[in-house]
Write a protein that binds this ligand. Structure first.
Ligand SMILES: [Zn+2]
Length: 130
């Protein structure tokens, strides 16, 4: 039996990335706190930590922008509302692979389908196989 891969939705992925950035930022700042006897090191670590936190704010802002562009749909699997980014994405709740492209329905989930060129290649191949 083929192993079933679990895909997490893109919005969730970016969100966890932003969360990690915040933790890294705080960890670096904490490192600065520990090295307060060395002034330049403390200052550098604090600034670096601040940079990570600012970056994470930017990423959060970016998610906000992406969310407005995402297509809200009802997941056919768990019947919860979820959002899709691009043509192929996964449900935020049950990780069910979803597609907006009818031609790709029932096919192996692959994030590469978000690239139009790749999608067309696959479709052309499918037609040739028939
Ligand atoms: Zn779902």
């Amino acid at each position: 039996m083929a192993e079933k891969l679990v895909y997490s939705s893109k919005i969730n992925k970016i969100r966890s990335f932003a969360l990690i950035l915040i933790f890294v930022g705080f960890a670096v700042m904490y490192g600065g706190l520990l090295s307060k006897s060395i002034e330049w090191l403390m200052l550098t670590l604090f600034l670096l930590g601040l940079l990570f936190i600012i970056l994470s704010c930017v990423v959060y802002f970016w998610i906000g922008l992406l969310s407005t562009k995402a297509v809200p749909i009802m997941c056919p699997s768990c019947e919860k509302p979820t959002k899709m980014l691009g043509k192929v994405d996964a449900c935020m709740h049950c990780k069910q692979p979803l597609t907006l492209d009818q031609d790709l329905e029932g096919m192996e989930f692959d994030e590469k389908y978000n690239k139009k060129k790749y999608r067309n290649e696959v479709k052309a191949k499918m037609k040739n196989d028939q």
